[in-house]
Design a protein around this ligand. Sequence first.
Ligand SMILES: NC(=O)C1=CN([C@@H]2O[C@H](COP(=O)(O)OP(=O)(O)OC[C@H]3O[C@@H](n4cnc5c(N)ncnc54)[C@H](OP(=O)(O)O)[C@@H]3O)[C@@H](O)[C@H]2O)C=CC1
Ligand SMILES: CC(=O)N[C@@H](CCC(=O)OP(=O)(O)O)C(=O)O
Length: 347
Amino acid sequence: MGLKAGIVGVTGYVGEELVRILCRHPEIEEIRVASRDFVGEALDRVFPHLRGHVDREIWGMEKLPDLAAWADVVFLALPHGVSAPVAREVLKRGKRVIDLAADFRLPDVKLYEEWYRVPHGAPELLKDAVYGLPELFRSSISAAQLVANPGCYPTSALLALAPLLKHGLVDRSTVIVDSKSGVSGAGRSPSLGCHFPECNENIRAYGVGVHRHTPEISYYAGVLSGGQVDVFFTPHLIPVTRGILSTVYARMERPMDDASLRRIYEEFYAGEAFVQVAVAGEWPETKWVLGTNRCFLGVTSGAERQAVVVSAIDNLVKGAAGQAVQNMNLMFGLPEVTGLTGPGLYP
Ligand SMILES: NC(=O)C1=CN([C@@H]2O[C@H](COP(=O)(O)OP(=O)(O)OC[C@H]3O[C@@H](n4cnc5c(N)ncnc54)[C@H](OP(=O)(O)O)[C@@H]3O)[C@@H](O)[C@H]2O)C=CC1
Ligand SMILES: CC(=O)N[C@@H](CCC(=O)OP(=O)(O)O)C(=O)O
């Protein structure tokens, strides 16, 4: 097909992961990249592991109009608040945008500004944005000009919750999402909390009760179930580089044995290339998904009518760059798995 892909924010972890995936994608003809710092540098000087694979100069943000005019699709791996006006510039030139930040994930400006505490940079575009979680919202993605790639925690939580919610199996008044993330989830810019002596050999909850992924999980859980879902979400930082493990708890409306619940999950995700339901007695681990676009789910129903679902993803792949490429494949009519297959890293 020969697609031209632009990546803005290439010097971050998500931008780099996009390059890593797209440079092996058989339908990508060329990649051009932009960022704020390192302008004029060769990308393979910033990331020597890309040497011999992608040989590009990093453009500054002033070249955005050129990038947009040239590209078929532009990925925005920028912080929230920064990406919305950039999306507007690209869309103005008739090109497709996949935004990996949070600017277009929530349904309205009020909710966004309440949780993100910054003014929305392009509110007029919200109505056109499509939430890019393919396994749950596939039909609207292919025609979209603007895709809001989901947050990493919401991806892990919503894939775990969807069968329960779609089938009306659980009490929607108390859904608990307990998540652990590796430190790459916080991006490449140094911060005290991610400094090695602070986060190594340590586990800490953060954003308790106020994390900005809470409304994203609640809103799309509500869309899936057709009613309000009260989500209690707590993320934790753990001393690994990549990976998210989310454990989701909900009270079942009626008793159901393990095998029946697992069958519901297997049927729900039958035919999905990237969602695997673990066999009985297996509990997903982050090492099962590292470097892959997979989500591994383990499920059980306990004696007290509780459903417990364990969900493992790689935050940078299914939680970000891989899912964005999955969305690109859908938007351009390519097989959804193109450029995203193959086993991950182990150990
Ligand atoms: N890390 C993860 O696991 C996930 C991240 N995301 C989201 O993806 C986006 C990128 O995340 P991540 O790669 O981790 O973040 P990083 O902090 O690693 O990278 C951010 C990138 O944005 C650039 N940038 C920052 N500010 C500006 C600006 N004002 N103008 C232009 N460029 C700017 C940075 O450039 P420079 O190097 O020049 O400062 C860098 O290239 C964020 O919105 C994040 O929330 C989503 C899912 C998962
Ligand atoms: C470990 C860690 O810090 N994780 C990040 C998740 C980043 C992310 O994916 O969030 P957005 O794309 O919604 O900004 C956090 O909790 O803010």
